[in-house]
Ligand binder design. Structure first.
Ligand code: PMP
Length: 429
């Protein structure tokens, strides 16, 4: 077998069939060998409106001929300003809470979260310079979290064999137990204790409502609300990583809305451009922004990035935001969520499955199997099984999940659930 050139640098796909995709439209991927696949996970949770949405593609084409890339240090352009205003308008809000009012652009979810971390630490650094606080460096994280693959974001995520090579360089965090059903009071008590520990934490970072890469583990808006309230009570910054949950995934534009939570800092990426091109943003309240507003070099926020606010990516995001403003995307999401719920209810009766769960368009179910776990042999076997049936799915160990584009139709939904039931028959026991 010839080894693709990228193999030495990725753990993904080793020893598996590697389909080559030549074209994509809506929920479908067209392969070089003539087959089509239904994209059941929006190509890594990204293509919210489906592939190659014509409005977004047109915006990218037009922008590429007008202004492509501009140094965004002391220069600006319309698409960046339009998207910043759009993000601020659409961000979660609640009475009595400072709104998210400032935007920092980057180009991946990992970087958006890394920037969130740097903003939180910078805030406490500058408070300390003013004599208003001791410096704070400790970060609280939720067990089984995932925030990206840089050294900083890996430090805040679950540790395992996949980051063993770098573990000695990952910084120490305080991990709060995941709020499994019935365990919520324990989680909240642990958070309260961590917030009041002698070493005051700088921030608590969470994936709101769903811990994605950690196994599509779900918890309730009530717990999210309570976690944010505890942080507010103890003046610990609350960072929401909405990289996966944002852009309608959980049934609302942002998951925090369901809990009435306005985070101090929020990271968004993936669906920000409808999934067409890389862009990410970190939103912050005026309190975080103002703490960095200074002529003193030691207080500035240092994070430049060549492609920050790339004009083509911003034009794609502006087109996405226009779709959200002009169309009933939430209505489409509600209908899809209902279709998913109904079929998940049926699948849950299959004896091979356990723990059906859903928030909006994200559904997950666990295959009862002896070979479980994130890096078990089961996941590649399941991937191949679904590929054979014309479906792109990427189980996490024995957890099979769907995160489809919102344009998925009911025939495609039926095909996916038919394949899931077949997987239950085939892999059970
Ligand atoms: N945070 C969360 C919650 C994510 O799901 C991901 C990506 N799966 C990231 C951060 C990192 O995003 P990216 O892959 O764009 O760097």
């Amino acid at each position: 077998m010839t080894s693709p050139l990228w193999h030495p640098f990725t753990q993904h796909g080793l020893g598996e069939p590697i389909p080559k995709v030549v074209r994509a439209q809506g929920a479908l991927l067209h392969l070089a060998d003539g087959r089509t696949l239904i994209d059941g996970i929006s190509s890594w949770w990204v293509t919210t409106h489906g592939h190659c949405d014509p409005r977004i593609a047109a915006a990218i084409g037009a922008q590429a001929q007008t202004l492509d890339q501009l140094i965004f240090a002391a220069y600006t352009h319309d698409p960046a300003e339009e998207v910043a205003q759009g993000l601020i308008d659409l961000a979660p809000r609640a009475d009595g809470r400072d709104p998210l009012s400032h935007v920092f652009y980057s180009d991946s979810g990992s970087t958006a979260v890394e920037v969130a971390l740097k903003m939180a630490l910078g805030y406490w650094h500058n408070r300390a310079l003013d004599g208003l606080s001791t410096p704070r460096h400790r970060i609280l994280v939720l067990e089984h979290g995932y925030h990206g693959d840089t050294i900083g974001t890996m430090s805040m995520g679950e540790r395992g064999v996949y980051n063993a090579a770098w573990t000695p360089l990952l910084f120490d965090v305080t991990t709060i137990a995941f709020p499994h059903a019935g365990q919520e009071p324990k989680t909240l008590a642990a958070l309260e204790a961590a917030c009041t520990a002698p070493e005051k934490p700088a921030a608590f970072i969470v994936e709101p409502l769903i811990l994605g890469a950690g196994g599509m583990l779900m918890y309730s808006p009530a717990v999210l609300r309570e976690m944010a309230a505890i942080c507010a009570r103890h003046d610990v910054l609350f960072i929401a990583d909405e990289v996966m949950t944002g852009w309608g995934r959980t049934g609302t534009l942002f998951a925090c809305e369901q809990a009435g939570v306005v985070p101090d800092i929020m990271a968004v990426a993936k669906g920000i451009t409808g999934g067409s091109i890389a862009l990410a943003a970190t939103l912050a309240t005026a309190r975080i922004f103002d703490a960095h507003l200074s002529t003193d070099r030691a207080r500035l926020f240092y994070h430049s990035s060549s492609y920050t606010a790339n004009a083509i990516a911003c034009a794609a995001a502006a087109a996405n935001i226009a779709i959200w403003r002009e169309e009933d995307v939430l209505g489409r999401i509600a209908a899809l969520s209902q279709g998913l719920a109904q079929r998940l209810g049926v699948l849950a009766r299959h004896p091979a499955f356990a723990n059906p769960r859903q928030h909006g368009t994200v559904v997950a179910i666990d295959l009862i199997a002896s070979d479980a776990g994130y890096l078990s042999d089961l996941a590649p076997q399941l991937r191949a099984f679904f590929l054979d049936r014309g479906i792109l799915l990427r189980p996490l160990g024995n957890t099979i999940y769907l995160l489809p584009p919102y344009c998925l139709d009911s025939d495609q939904l039926d095909q996916i659930f038919e394949a899931l039931a077949q997987a239950g028959d085939f892999f059970a026991g």
